[in-house]
Write a protein that binds this ligand. Structure first.
Ligand code: CAP
Ligand code: MG
Length: 416
């Protein structure tokens, strides 16, 4: 085992939060926790497995990471703000420091980055979202109620016309949001440009026929040197929202699109593949960290989980922490819309609202497309469930006078 210098330990020291990036890790190790903590601080700042001649007192005192707290298997490491790039490094360099080599250190069987707190000097390098929750509510003319949406299902295989028909039915059913699924892009069966145009026409038709406003997030996840061009083309074709899979496409792709002044559409941020990093509570990166970075990079709406009511692994506490990362006002960015999705259906809507409040976007794929009365019935059922939750009426009570909701509760049940 490598013995790391105890000079990396600054336990109990009160450091100025404006001069450091503070990170919290959970560590699983059979070895001396102080040494493992020192190993993380060293590897992620000025050290390596053996002493090196060039690391003089000046460099160490300016740039060494400091272990400020060890509490059981929880440690806090403070990295000097000067360890981070002024401009060009961005999220890639930030992650290389706070979530880099450390995960492979042999001194630990598991290390999980639980949270991160940035000084103003770093936060101000990012512009954050253009629209945020307030902007989305203004676009949809929906000042208070939860947004309610759907993911087009089946997730692949539909033609542009079939996709548009789905969206039209969903809009007639009162849904405010729709989106491509994360695996849909520009496949032969549904070319991107044809889909975007057809969906735009469907949304315009809903509005002209009923006055109801709806937006639809088209998936522009692609290689970084083409994503702006794709965002611009989608905008030209009448897209009303853009979706980016932040982990497969990259945090910087989100930032590129969000910060480009020519792109005037909200960004829906999907987090597919996050489970590879976030699911193991003993190793990886928390969804809290991913949520904070997604907001910094400019996402306007972000998947946060479903407060334990959905199909995905994740408990209410984790979803609440993600919601806090979307809305907390201790950062210089607009609050962004937390999106509750994944195995959602009308019967769980009230639980989601009771825990998460009204400032959420609740969306269902199977929970709309699997309704016995088709997309229109499923959309109406979800809209009715949201109306009931917003009014504080139990779902079974509301279902007495709303047939589509009753059908959904009869098929899938409900959670009080
Ligand atoms: C939901 C979904 C979303 C998940 C992602 C899916 O469909 O479209 O991608 O919500 O999970 O493909 O599973 P269903 P998360 O409504 O049919 O489940 O939101 O936790 O990132
Ligand atoms: Mg999906």
């Amino acid at each position: 085992m490598v013995k790391y210098s105890e000079d990396y330990l600054a336990l109990g020291q009160n450091l100025d939060p404006e001069d450091y990036v503070f990170t919290e890790y959970t560590v699983k190790t059979d070895e001396d926790m102080k040494n493992v903590a020192a190993a993380i601080a060293a590897e992620q700042s000025t050290g390596t497995w053996t002493a090196v001649s060039g690391l003089d007192k000046e460099i160490f005192s300016r740039y060494a990471g400091k272990v400020t707290k060890i509490d059981g298997n929880k440690i806090t490491v403070a990295y000097p703000a000067d360890d981070f790039s002024i401009d060009i490094g961005g999220v890639p360099q930030i992650l290389s420091v706070i979530a880099g080599n450390l995960f492979g250190l042999s001194e630990a069987q598991g290390i999980r980055l639980e949270d991160v707190f940035f000084p103003k000097s770093i936060l101000e390098q990012f512009k954050g979202p253009k629209f945020g929750t307030a902007g989305l509510r203004e676009i949809l003319d929906r000042p208070e109620k939860p947004l309610v949406g759907t993911i087009v299902k089946p997730k692949i295989g539909l033609s542009p016309k079939q996709t548009a028909d789905y969206v039209y039915q969903a809009g007639l059913g009162g849904l405010t949001n729709g989106k491509d699924d994360e695996t849909l892009s520009d496949q032969k069966f549904c070319p991107f440009e044809e889909r975007v145009s057809a969906v735009a026409e469907a949304i315009d038709r809903v509005r002209s026929e009923t006055g109801h406003r709806m937006i639809f997030a088209v998936n522009i996840s692609t290689r970084s040197d083409r994503i702006l061009e794709l965002a611009d083309r989608a905008q030209e074709l009448g897209a009303t929202e853009l979706m980016i899979d932040i982990l497969t496409t990259g945090f910087t792709a989100v930032q590129t699109v969000a910060e480009d002044p020519s792109i005037k559409l909200p960004l829906h941020i999907h987090r597919t593949m996050h489970g590879a990093l976030t699911r193991n509570r003993e190793h990886g990166i928390s969804t809290t960290v991913i949520s904070k970075l997604a907001r910094m990079c400019g996402g306007d709406a972000l998947h946060i989980g479903a407060f334990g009511a959905g199909k995905m692994n994740g408990d209410p506490t984790e979803t609440l922490l993600n919601q806090k990362a979307c809305t907390e006002d201790n950062v210089p960015y607009k609050a962004i819309m937390p999106v509750c999705s994944g195995g959602v259906y009308p019967g769980v809507v009230k639980k989601i609202v009771d825990i998460g409040g009204n400032d959420v976007q609740i969306q269902a794929g199977g929970g709309v497309a699997g309704h016995p009365d088709g997309i229109l019935g499923g959309a109406r059922a979800m809209s009715q469930a949201v109306d009931a939750a917003y009014a504080g009426i139990s779902l079974p009570e509301y279902a007495k006078t709303h047939g589509e909701l009753k059908t959904a509760l009869d098929k899938w049940g409900y959670v009080e």
